[in-house]
Design a protein around this ligand. Sequence first.
Ligand SMILES: Nc1nc2c(c(=O)[nH]1)N[C@H]1C(S)=C(S)[C@@H](COP(=O)(O)O)O[C@H]1N2
Ligand SMILES: [Mo]
Length: 553
Amino acid sequence: MQGVSTRGRAAARTAAAAVSGLLAGYSALAVAELVSVAVRPEASPVTAVGGAVIDRTPAPMKDWAIRQFGSNDKLVLQLGILAVLALFAMALGVLATRIRRTASLGVLVVGVVGALAATGRPDSTTPWDAVPSLVGAFVGAGVLYWLVGRLATGTARPERTGPQSDMRTEREPEPPADTDGRAQRAESAGGPGRRGFVLGAGAVAVVSTGAGALGRELNAGTAAEAEASRAAVRLPAPASPAPKLPRGVDERLPGLASFTTANRDFYRVDTALTVPRLDAGRWRLRIHGKGVTTPLTLDFQDLLRRGLIERDITMTCVSNEVGGPYIGTARWLGAPLAALLREAGVRPPSQGGPADQLVARSVDGMTIGSPVETVMDGRDAMLAVGMNGEPLPFTHGFPVRMLVPGLYGYVSACKWIQDLELTTFDAYDTYWVKRSWARKAPIKTQSRIDTPKPFASVKAGTVTVAGVAWAQHKGIDRVDVRVDGGPWRQARPATEGPRDTWRQWLWEWPARPGTHTLEVRATDRTGYTQTSKRTRPIPNGASGRHSVVVTVT
Ligand SMILES: Nc1nc2c(c(=O)[nH]1)N[C@H]1C(S)=C(S)[C@@H](COP(=O)(O)O)O[C@H]1N2
Ligand SMILES: [Mo]
């Protein structure tokens, strides 16, 4: 009995120590959140560490995470970081029962890691970003030292006095003096007892929750201002409206991607753990660099006054696997970018301009580089302010993002843009280029089967096979489909839309019972037929043909 009870006591003490560690971590994060209000929300440790992890994650793993968790990838990452922190905090708590001071210093070390992550982010411009993590860690270290101190007194005291009236849940007699000397000393100094530990832990929990909630609230207040500024935006009518879409561009077939993608359904790919919520009233864009004779600084109203163009454009992510979902079409409204560059004195390389790369920078430190030649070759490159009739959603770059039809997003579509610098490809590598993606990445001619779905079961007879094909800025000429590697059959392309949009296609399949493989290929308006050669998305976009296996009964 005595042995069991001793072990039970030791287990309870270890659990209490782990709880102390957890509370120390919790108070550290809560205080850091509150302090981040004074700096900026992105400087709070979980966001900063998460961002640093994203920056350092090898590309294949990033792709895996995006595939595995889709748009939840960031949530999963944050939960993962919290889980690791929690385990570490519990370990420090248990350690603190033996080496209280050293374990408490361990909390400070974690704080330094958070501070380094915060100041090392590409969007960090000030050492102040270190402050939330450091202040939080100081508080956390103090909490751990203090709580474990109370824990020591709490276990030692009852050994002499016997169970107290407030310890009715404790049925076993107290253990013999298995406590360390420190505990004995604290006890003989008249410590607060176990009740003291529980009260202390409770107080830490309550105060931390209060601090954290206040921090969240205040950070949300900044977001509320941004939301108000978005609600107040009145988009002007376009000087150059989008060409009217022929009715037939959208076959409206169940299972087939609609021609225009609703904002809420539009894919989202970015590295932002907290979506930047900018106030349009405070937004500025600087245009400067090599060959710029007249550097420009524009505000949001300047941009709206610039004779906006409205265009249907299909955007695609370079990370999109063959058959993947990271593609969508929207009606964008924006200021023509080439005209702005010309106003700044920029000439494309073919006209003797010294800069061949246009680097866009976002408020969250993303850098995206596009060829100046492409941006100025007459296509509808724009600084977009509107998406499907409303101001850009925050997730898609409010107040302003860049778009260049025909280029993958990571080399053209900077969201939350704040700076445009003219430079050269030799002089500067952008975010993804540093991570071994290609410097230049025009969108590859591709096609996708939307219906039937992979492994669907369909009735024998005539089955409508349908999907989309894209070759932005070239246009789709024809689409072919084949079954089980047989002869290619020409699909019926839907009515052609603008050159920068995808094109739907349909094929009536005389389906016989059995398991069959459907395969698609597209030919663009330059006469190029998409290659059958399968490649991964890295370094410049996936190639190969999409196929689906279906069962006909
Ligand atoms: N600031 C910022 N802009 C960004 C990115 C990013 O991570 N940060 N991702 C780019 C990539 S890879 C793509 S494919 C498009 C996606 O735009 P969307 O999320 O509006 O679909 O945004 C681009 N612009
Ligand atoms: Mo992308």
